[in-house]
Design a protein around this ligand. Structure first.
Ligand code: LMR
Length: 328
């Protein structure tokens, strides 16, 4: 083993060891669905765990459950309302049953890149969105970035018409269903943990996701290739149960909130780079990445963007205008 590899092995052991909580510590279970070491969300969750367990030792103890090992995204919010888990970071597309405001983030070609998403979220409107579900028992603490979505299928996708008649896995979001329908595809909502198997067995033909999810779940192995469309985003809400959060002593809550804010700032700033590393890892592993010319991409915009009209009332024209002003 090299020194670096040994340091990693020691760190991994330490991490497992800290997962055992001491008597009297507030136990914070954090369930998520991606890998923990080379994914924007997974890395952020791991860092959060390390910092809480080091800096709040004796007071609080965080246990992170990655890779859908505790709950998948369809179950986790219900579990949170039951008090079985205290933190989760589902994508903004997964809050369909709780709020319609997040539909803005699913609209295709709404944000030109993740910096634009960041700027919108840090506006007053964006910050207010974190509290859009408090009456339903959920409180958003931070927005966490993943990145831009790409399209993949079991055949090359160059023109939007190539997607015609294909079955696409989507997250359970009305906007994403409408988007695939606009392409002449058939949307199939499905949990993240089931996508690889569904692609492999042909239950679905294609999917959309970020580089880190396509590499992390090995979707590229069971797809013809990935087309770099950058047509949408995957972003997350670090979310908790309002009652649990308010039950914490103010100093504990403040310390947690401060650590979360710092982890968010550090890891959000690195999310683009992590996705680019995953893009390269796909190529290195023999996956096919197809780039579009400006003219080809314009055709995808033309076919998908009319979906906005169906959701303007849900998301508010003023929010669409604000997002577009940031892109300009
Ligand atoms: C998906 O379901 O495709 C993503 O939301 C998974 C994730 O958490 O990135």
């Amino acid at each position: 083993l090299t020194t670096a590899a040994m340091a990693l092995a020691v760190a991994a052991t330490a991490q497992t060891a800290t997962a055992a909580c001491d008597d009297g510590e507030i136990v914070i279970k954090f369930s998520h669905v991606t890998n923990s070491d080379r994914h924007p969300k997974g890395i952020a969750a791991t860092l959060l765990q390390e910092r809480v367990n080091a800096e709040m030792d004796g007071t609080a103890c965080m246990e992170v459950f990655p890779n859908s090992t505790l709950y998948n995204d369809d179950q986790v919010l219900e579990a949170m309302l039951q008090g079985d888990v205290q933190l989760a970071a589902p994508s903004l597309s997964k809050f369909e049953q709780f709020t319609k405001t997040f539909r803005l983030f699913d609209l295709p070609f709404m944000f030109k890149n993740i910096d634009a998403v960041d700027e919108f979220q840090n506006s007053e409107t964006g910050q207010a969105m974190k509290e859009s579900m408090t009456r339903r028992g959920l409180l958003g603490l931070q927005f966490w970035h993943n990145g831009m979505k790409q399209m993949s299928a079991n055949k090359p996708l160059i023109e939007p018409s190539d997607a015609n008649g294909l079955k696409f896995r989507v997250q359970n979001s009305d906007v994403l269903k409408a988007q695939m329908a606009a392409l002449g595809g058939s949307p199939q909502p499905m949990a993240f943990s089931e996508v690889y198997g569904a692609l492999q067995t042909g239950v679905v033909d294609g999917q959309e996701n970020t580089w880190s999810n396509i590499y992390g779940q090995k979707f590229f192995e069971v797809q013809d290739g990935i087309t770099e469309t950058n047509h949408g985003i995957i972003d997350y809400l670090l979310v908790t149960n309002v009652d649990w959060w308010e039950s914490l002593d103010a100093d504990v809550r403040d310390q947690l909130a401060t650590i979360m804010a710092e982890v968010t700032e550090t890891r959000n700033a690195a999310s683009f780079e992590v996705n680019q590393q995953n893009r390269q890892a796909i190529i290195d592993a023999g996956g096919t990445v197809r780039e579009l010319t400006g003219e080809q991409r314009a055709k995808w915009v033309e076919v998908m963007k009319p979906v906005w009209e169906q959701f303007t009332d849900d998301v508010g024209q003023e929010n669409i205008d604000a997002a577009q002003a940031i892109n300009a």
